[in-house]
Design a binder for this molecule. Structure first.
Ligand code: SIN
Length: 190
């Protein structure tokens, strides 16, 4: 299993910054078990959320991997999530949490106000699992993805909890996400 922890420590895009904005689009939306100074709903453009990344360490096992969220490039798409203002030392434990294929990347993000409108922009950091990482599973029929999620369990818990918590969090944000809500529906009718 590839471990991206050491690679990420060399990806010092925010060296010298006292604070950075981390953009969460998957479990980082609903499981903020790290210290943050402030959080604000935000979105990034040109990316779509997909359950295309394998989870062998959190929501599955090496024998029975689960599926978790990553981002796929998509022109004109908007991906809603949560931005956290953090100090850079918080990245070390996050690198460990995201070690199964995710790499730090720098992206522009837009904050969202209470009316749901985009406001000011900032530089942000995401953890991205791209299609060349060994844990990438890629596209599959929605029913197959839902079945895999229904069956998988790992050290962090049931895979279905990840999907259902993410769908609930996106609904609370007022965010559209056809892929996530269709998968949630599939999981519930299994
Ligand atoms: C994220 O949430 O932003 C990255 C993927 C994950 O940890 O679920």
């Amino acid at each position: 299993m590839l471990d991206t922890t050491a690679l990420n420590q060399q990806r010092n895009f925010f060296d010298g910054h006292a604070e950075i904005w981390l953009f969460g689009y998957g479990s980082l939306i609903w499981k903020a078990d790290f210290a943050y100074l402030e959080r604000r709903p935000a979105f990034i453009t040109g990316w779509e959320r997909r359950f295309w990344q394998g989870s062998h360490d959190h929501r599955g096992t090496p024998e029975t991997p689960g599926r978790v969220a990553t981002l796929i490039r998509a022109k004109n798409a908007i991906c809603h999530g949560m931005a956290y203002r953090i100090t850079p030392e918080v990245l070390a434990p996050l690198d460990v949490r995201e070690k199964n294929g995710y790499l730090r990347e720098k992206v522009p993000l837009t904050f969202v106000d209470k009316q749901g409108n985009g406001t000011e922009q900032s530089e942000g950091l995401i953890y991205l699992a791209s299609d060349d990482n060994p844990a990438f599973l890629g596209e599959a029929p929605l029913t197959d993805i839902a079945q895999q999620i229904a069956n998988a369990h790992g050290p962090s818990g049931a895979n279905k909890e990840y999907l259902l918590n993410l769908a609930t969090a996106l609904r609370e944000l007022g965010a559209e996400d056809d892929h996530i809500f269709a998968l949630e529906h599939q999981l519930r009718i299994l």
